[in-house]
Design a protein around this ligand. Sequence first.
Ligand SMILES: CC(C)(COP(=O)(O)OP(=O)(O)OC[C@H]1O[C@@H](n2cnc3c(N)ncnc32)[C@H](O)[C@@H]1OP(=O)(O)O)[C@@H](O)C(=O)NCCC(=O)NCCS
Length: 158
Amino acid sequence: MRIVSQVESTTSSNVMIITASLIHLNAVCELEQQFGAEAFSKRSLRHFILQNKLKVFVDNFGNVIGSAILLRRKNSNTTRLYSFIIDNKYRDKGIGQVYLEVLLQDVQTKYIKLEVSENNTAAIKIYTKQGFAIVDHKPNYYKDNSTAIVMKKTVDLS
Ligand SMILES: CC(C)(COP(=O)(O)OP(=O)(O)OC[C@H]1O[C@@H](n2cnc3c(N)ncnc32)[C@H](O)[C@@H]1OP(=O)(O)O)[C@@H](O)C(=O)NCCC(=O)NCCS
């Protein structure tokens, strides 16, 4: 699916992150299926889009190759990275690392936090490389009973 709209963040010619609109809903739903039992429903994704919480990653050809959900409560000093996914056709090529770095450049809170399964080696690796540190563990957090690792990063707002 080829979808392009306003570019919000770029660091190089092939990194584009845009706030999703409803035209992205089907593409994001397809991506989310890759989370299996943990995937958000179409209804939830629609909600995140309408609240401007969902970002999509677009390549040079307008293909949606990943997405992220960023949540922030009013008056909170912490943004929560609630979902981060790269289409499995594009994984393990350094793309996740690049999009994560660009995504984090727009965070305007002092802290950013996330939960990740202790078994998700690739995700833990890219979060650690971006400066996230483990601050907590939540046993039996996921539907497969795996433990969530809570990771936190202090954002340089200067
Ligand atoms: C996590 C995810 C976003 C990473 O995206 P990606 O584009 O594959 O990431 P990169 O290629 O930039 O980096 C992945 C790193 O993990 C390593 N890696 C990948 N699979 C691995 C595995 N099974 N064991 C150990 N390391 C692994 C890669 O070698 C790479 O490390 P390197 O840069 O030192 O070589 C992607 O795998 C994904 O979308 N997974 C499904 C959704 C998900 O789990 N999201 C996180 C939820 S918290």
